[in-house]
Design a binder for this molecule. Structure first.
Ligand SMILES: NC(=O)c1ccc[n+]([C@@H]2O[C@H](COP(=O)([O-])OP(=O)(O)OC[C@H]3O[C@@H](n4cnc5c(N)ncnc54)[C@H](OP(=O)(O)O)[C@@H]3O)[C@@H](O)[C@H]2O)c1
Length: 318
């Protein structure tokens, strides 16, 4: 099969397309023919080994001391089940699925991936293309898990900082259309209209205005890009308000993550949530895609089509 490998840490050019053996599912695994994956900021950080100083050793031990030990990046994917192991009962060959590879050492940048049937895997939302479905996984689950910690009530004022990123675009939609909050989105000038279209009743351009300027008026402030000092963000919170941070509030046990993926699927099928797609590249354009995401300004998600997915993406999107 074709796969993109990352055999050393560095700039996008360290990624290269290669041929390798197609994986064979174990008894409890499904073999997925991947149609789409994504480039997240997490993928680019693992490629370049860009981690906060205090996490250097832990991250190096996990990712590989001298070079990456998990050579195929790609945390999200969508595709079709081609084969199943003998003990698999939840899925059948031919079913379209979307999944996170976060718990199994990544691996979306390949034509095939094996996942345990009880992993972060679910039937693909019927109303999304494979590309959209791959992009729906991480940002949707992360935004949902963080916002759940805010115990948001309908009508409450919620501010989403970094509203144009993968997590932010999901958070604006979930907070407004699912939780019934009055959402203010903070983004740059070019993204004001996008964020408004996702359900924000108010938008603040961070390049011109400081969102704390109105004083402590929000019930929840969610920093979806972890770019604001917590002490500054808290100036916008009411006394009883809740501060949420994408890095500190997105952790959850596997069972909760599984439930979040199913909840994201339900929200998508109910028409309350749709991933925002910025650019689409093919697997052999992975270097270009990583260069773009390295820039730090993607709007929503960057999708990578794998194999013949372009045609299938169009057929299954509605
Ligand atoms: N995506 C996931 O699945 C996931 C999962 C868990 C954790 N996380 C973490 O969550 C954080 C956000 O991830 P993401 O995938 O949502 O990021 P992202 O999509 O790469 O974020 C890009 C967006 O951030 C905005 N941005 C950049 N600098 C900004 C600033 N100073 N103020 C406000 N907005 C700014 C950019 O808008 P402008 O161009 O307008 O500046 C752009 O639209 C990352 O630290 C990531 O590690 C992500």
């Amino acid at each position: 099969m074709k796969a993109v490998v990352c055999t050393k840490y560095g700039p996008p050019e360290v990624l290269h397309l290669t041929e390798m053996a197609k994986p064979v599912p174990k008894a409890n695994e499904v073999l997925i023919k991947v149609h789409a994956t994504t480039v997240t900021v997490g993928d680019t950080r693992m490629r370049s080994f860009t981690v906060p100083r205090g996490q250097w050793l832990g991250a190096r031990l996990y990712l590989g001391i001298r070079k990456p030990k998990r050579t195929i990046l790609g945390m999200e994917l969508a595709g079709e089940i081609e084969a199943i192991g003998q003990d698999v009962t939840r899925f059948r060959p031919g079913e379209a699925v979307f999944a996170s590879t976060f718990e199994v050492g990544f691996g979306g940048y390949a034509e095939y991936k094996c996942l345990p049937e009880d992993g972060l895997l679910a039937i693909k939302p019927a109303n999304l293309s494979f590309g959209e479905a791959a992009a729906a996984v991480g940002g949707g689950m992360t935004a949902l898990r963080c916002l759940q910690r805010g115990r948001i009530q309908p009508g409450q004022k919620v501010l989403v900082y970094g509203a144009s990123g993968a997590v932010g675009t999901n958070a604006v939609q979930i907070a407004s259309r699912h939780l019934g909050a009055e959402v203010t989105g903070v983004c740059s000038t070019a993204n004001l209209e996008l964020v408004r279209s996702l359900g924000a009743v108010r938008v603040i351009d961070y390049t011109r205005d400081d969102f704390t300027g109105d004083g402590p008026i929000y019930d929840v402030v969610f920093d979806a890009v972890a770019k604001v000092a917590p002490s500054h963000a808290k100036k916008a919170l009411k006394n009883t308000g809740v501060y949420l941070n994408v890095h500190k509030d997105s952790d959850a046990p596997a069972k909760v993550r599984g439930a979040a993926l199913l909840a994201v699927k339900e929200l998508i099928e109910a028409g309350k949530l749709r991933p925002v797609i910025d650019r689409v590249y093919s697997l052999d354009q992975i270097v270009e895609a990583h260069r773009y995401v390295d820039g730090g300004h993607k709007r929503g998600n960057v999708v990578i089509t794998v194999g013949q997915a372009d045609h299938e993406n169009q057929e299954t999107s509605s």
